[in-house]
Design a binder for this molecule. Structure first.
Ligand code: MLT
Length: 321
């Protein structure tokens, strides 16, 4: 069985592939260009990717031997799931490896906003010793509203509680309520309470641009919004307007509607906005964890016909026939 690893992957995952009998693999070690992937995808039984490779319908049509895709990470927005299912290709992801990295990034953005760390840093390296300008606020005693209370949302909640925050969450898909969690019934209740609002949801037709002008209007004045999930949860222009109007006191953004952000994105460089370039999962620990998990999922799929963490579940009935 031959596996193509078309994006950079943690060393621990590559070490597993090197030691695995019955497997050959290609891994240039850097992100392969579209043309490079297209040139060799026809030989691959398995494809391991991060967010760099777009497995769209055209690529999948060229992948004539492909049986499985493993995404080292959570989001599968770079995979055309319907096209994969139609071709009997199983798509798997690694939902747990990034959890702590993303939760810690979220807290980092909150602290950066509360204490103006990036702007104070910038002033100092530019030779200004500014101590009055960057008066901060404390997380302690503030309310954190979590949109989505899955793995990352819960990990953020635990850490925020350790900072003395009151944590409130909204998640219509929650199967059971974790001990001690405060869950509200609707977003309006969440927005009315949150001093910090952090997004931990996937993008669907229901959640795309959920943070829009109407939603922001029902939030507390001075709310700070954090997004380390997906950029399309926020209407970029509505958020920029609300920050300029002073309704929203700040935003900590790791993700954007288009990545890298368009040059006309009004949030970039706006006072009160802290940016990082989609680094939520970028820790050595998380990248090793998701690489390991993705490689093991792929080996099991190709050598044992055993499929775990399948995103397009409906394909399983199809390939068992
Ligand atoms: C994920 O979906 O796993 C994260 O956003 C990180 C990534 O895209 O690799």
């Amino acid at each position: 069985m031959h596996i193509l690893v078309s994006d950079p992957l943690g060393d621990s995952g590559i070490a597993i592939l090197e030691q695995q009998d019955g497997i050959t693999f290609d891994h240039p070690g850097t992100k392969m260009s579209r043309a490079e992937v297209m040139a060799v995808i026809g030989d691959a039984d398995g494809l391991i990717i991060r967010s760099g490779t777009t497995a769209d319908a055209e690529l999948l049509a060229a992948a004539t031997k492909l049986k499985a895709i493993a995404r080292a990470g959570v989001g599968v927005d770079n995979v055309d799931l319907a096209a994969a299912t139609e071709r009997g290709i199983v798509v798997m992801n690694t939902p747990s490896g990034n959890t702590i990295a993303t939760a810690e990034m979220t807290l980092g953005l909150m602290l950066a906003l509360a204490r103006h760390i990036p702007r104070a840093h910038q002033a100092l390296v530019e030779g200004r010793w500014e101590r009055k300008e960057w008066m901060g606020t404390e997380l302690n005693g503030k309310t954190l509203g979590l949109v989505g209370f899955g793995r990352v949302g819960q990990a953020v909640g635990t850490r925020a509680a350790a900072f003395g925050m009151k944590v409130v969450a909204y998640d219509p898909y929650l199967e059971s309520i974790p001990d001690g969690a405060t869950i509200v019934d609707n977003l309006e209740e969440l927005y009315a309470q949150a001093d910090y609002l952090s997004l931990h949801a996937v993008v669907t037709d229901e959640t795309r641009h959920m943070i829009n002008a109407d939603a922001i209007a029902s939030m507390k004045a001075g709310v700070r919004i954090i997004n380390a999930a997906r950029g399309s949860l926020i209407d970029t222009f509505a958020l920029a307007d609300a920050i300029k109007a002073g309704k929203v006191a700040g935003a900590g953004l790791d993700v954007y509607e288009t990545e890298p952000p368009d040059e006309n994105n009004p949030l970039i460089g706006l006072d009160g906005v802290v940016h990082t370039p989609h680094l939520g999962a970028s820790t050595l620990e998380a990248q090793d964890a998701v690489a390991d998990e993705a490689v093991r999922l792929m080996i099991d799929a190709l050598l044992n016909n055993s499929y775990v963490s399948v995103v397009n579940q409906e394909v399983l009935a199809q390939i068992s026939n």
